[in-house]
Design a protein around this ligand. Sequence first.
Ligand code: GTR
Length: 327
Amino acid sequence: MKQKLATRLVGATAMLTLLCGAAVAEQWRGWNIHVDGYPNTVAMEKFAELLAEKTGGEITLQMFHGGTLGSQPDAIEQVRLGGLEIGNFNLGPIGPIAAEANVVSLPFIFKDVPHMFRVLEGEGGQKISDGMAAKGLTPLAWYDAGARSFYNGAKPIEAPADVAGMKVRVMNNDLYSGMISELGGNPSPMAFAEVYQSLKTGVVDGAENNWPSYESTGHFEVAGYYSLSQHLIIPECLCINTDVYNALSDDMKAAVKEAAVESAELQHQLWAEREAASREKVEAAGVKTNEIADKTPFQEAMVPVYEAYLAANPDLRPLVELIQATE
Ligand code: GTR
C-alpha cells in the first residue's frame, strides 16, 4: 500500500515537472588530476556544491579526482567530445588543440601571475577563450597555477648551460620541447603520473613545475634541487564542453558561470596558502632552493621558440604583442 502511494507520488511529481516544462535533472562528470586537499580539488568540490545549489538541483556534478579517468590529454579530448562534461585543465596541453591558448605557453610571456590575470580579464583572455570554445572547450573561470621552475637531483640550475645534456620531462606541447632543446637539454614529454618513477629511476634527470605540484607528487623526494627559473606561468581553466554549455538556458548558463567564478575565487585563495606551505614543507625536508639572479640568458635562448610559434601562427602576432604590451 505504502509502496503504491509512493509510486503514485513520484508519478505525480514527474507529471508536474513535465507540465511546468522544467528540465530533467542532469548529472555531469568532471575530471581533475590532483590529489585530495590540493587547492584545485577542494575548489572543484566547491564548484559541484555551488552548481547543485544555484541550479536548484537541476544540474549535479560528480567529480573524479587524482586523474582516475585518464591522463590530461585524454581527458581534454573526452571533454571536447562530450564523454565528460567538465574538467580542470592546465592550458599547456590545450595549446596544441587551440592555437590562441598556446600563447600562454610561450616561456616568459607573463611578467608575473597578476600580469597573467590582467591579460585573462581583458581582450587577450577573450581571444583565448573564444579560440578554446571553438574547439569544444569553453572556459568558465581561470584557476591559478603559479609559476613553474626547474628541479633535478644533481645540481642547482643557474644558467642555460646547466640544462645542457639534461633529460627534462615536459608536458605534451611542442613549445615545451622546443624550450628545453634551445637550452641544450633533451625534452621528454610524458604524463604527469609517470614523472615520479621516471625521476627516481633516472629515465629523466629533471622536470619543471610549481611548488604545490612539486610537493604533492613527492617529486621533491627524488629531485632535491629547485631552481627558481619561473620560465612558465600557465593558467588553468575550469572548462565545460561547449555544446553542453550552449544548450543551457540563459538562467542556467548564469548559474553555472557564477558557481565557476566563486570556485575560482576560493582556488586563488587556497593557492596562495598552498604555495607558501608547499615551499616550507619541501625545504624542511631538505630541498635546496636557488634564486636565479639573472634570467636574461634563459629569456634570450627563447627567441627561436617565439619565432617558430609566430611563423606557424602569423595571425596570432597581435595577441602576443597585446600580452607583451599589457601593463
Ligand atoms: C600541474 C598542473 C596539472 C598538470 C601538471 C603536469 O601543475 O596543475 O594540470 O598539468 O602540472 O605537469 O603535468
